[in-house]
Write a new protein. Structure first.
Length: 123
C-alpha cells in the first residue's frame, strides 16, 4: 500500500491529510478535522483541478492586458492547453466583469471570464 500526503485548502486550518491507496483505490484517509477536508482529498486524488487566472491582450483600453479566470476548476492536465489558447486571445474594449472571454476552453466545457471591467480608453 502507498501513501500520499496533502495539505487541505478547504478551510483555513490547513490539515495535513494522509491517503493510503492501492492503484486508483483509496484505502484510508486520516488527518482531516472536517468532512470538507475528506471531500477535498478525495477530489484531489481522483481529479485534481485548479482555477486558472491569467491575463489576455485587450485593444483600445486603458491597460493593455485584461485579467481573466476560469469559472470553475480546470483539470490539472489541461492547464497548459488552456494557457496556450489564452495567449492567442485578443479582445477589444469595452469589456464588463463576468463577460465570457472564451467558452469551452480546450474542450473542457469550462468558460473563461473577465475578472474586471475595462472601458474604451479616452483619446
Amino acid at each position: 500500500m502507498l501513501t500520499k500526503e496533502y495539505t487541505c485548502t478547504a478551510c483555513p486550518k490547513g490539515c495535513k491529510i494522509e491517503v493510503e491507496y492501492e492503484g486508483e483505490e483509496i484505502k484510508d484517509i486520516s488527518g482531516y478535522s472536517c468532512m470538507k477536508g475528506k471531500e477535498y482529498v478525495e477530489d484531489e486524488f481522483h481529479d485534481p483541478r485548479r482555477i486558472l487566472t491569467t491575463t489576455v491582450k485587450i485593444k483600445q483600453a486603458k491597460y493593455p492586458r485584461l485579467p481573466v479566470r476560469t469559472n470553475t476548476g480546470v483539470p490539472k492536465d489541461r492547464l497548459d492547453c488552456c494557457l496556450d489558447m489564452l495567449i492567442k486571445v485578443e479582445l477589444e474594449a469595452p469589456v464588463t466583469i463576468g463577460d465570457k472571454v472564451v467558452e469551452d476552453v480546450c474542450s473542457t466545457g469550462i468558460s473563461v471570464v473577465a475578472s474586471r471591467s475595462l472601458e474604451k480608453k479616452d483619446r
